[in-house]
Design a protein around this ligand. Structure first.
Ligand code: SF4
Length: 70
């Protein structure tokens, strides 16, 4: 499982990890601007995420990381 650091994420609509996630587990919530250039936040759908780590490598802001095990 992965987690998003919302203090780093720039919330861009064209988020490369969201586009490349093989199971579409990175979901946009809300948006702002005429063309909705930014989303309110990206969320990880934990019921879909396989923890493959592709998004960690693709995030230009390094905002995604492995979630610590409980
Ligand atoms: S770890 Fe893999 S499955 Fe999970 S959100 Fe990232 S790219 Fe998608």
């Amino acid at each position: 499982m992965v987690t998003i650091d919302y203090s780093i994420c720039d919330r861009m609509k064209g988020c490369p990890p969201a586009r490349r996630c093989p199971v579409q587990a990175i979901i946009p919530v809300g948006g702002e601007g005429f063309f909705r250039r930014k989303v309110e936040r990206w969320e990880i759908d934990e019921s879909k995420c396989t923890g493959c780590g592709i998004c960690i490598r693709l995030c230009p802001q390094n905002a995604i990381s492995k979630k610590p095990k409980k």
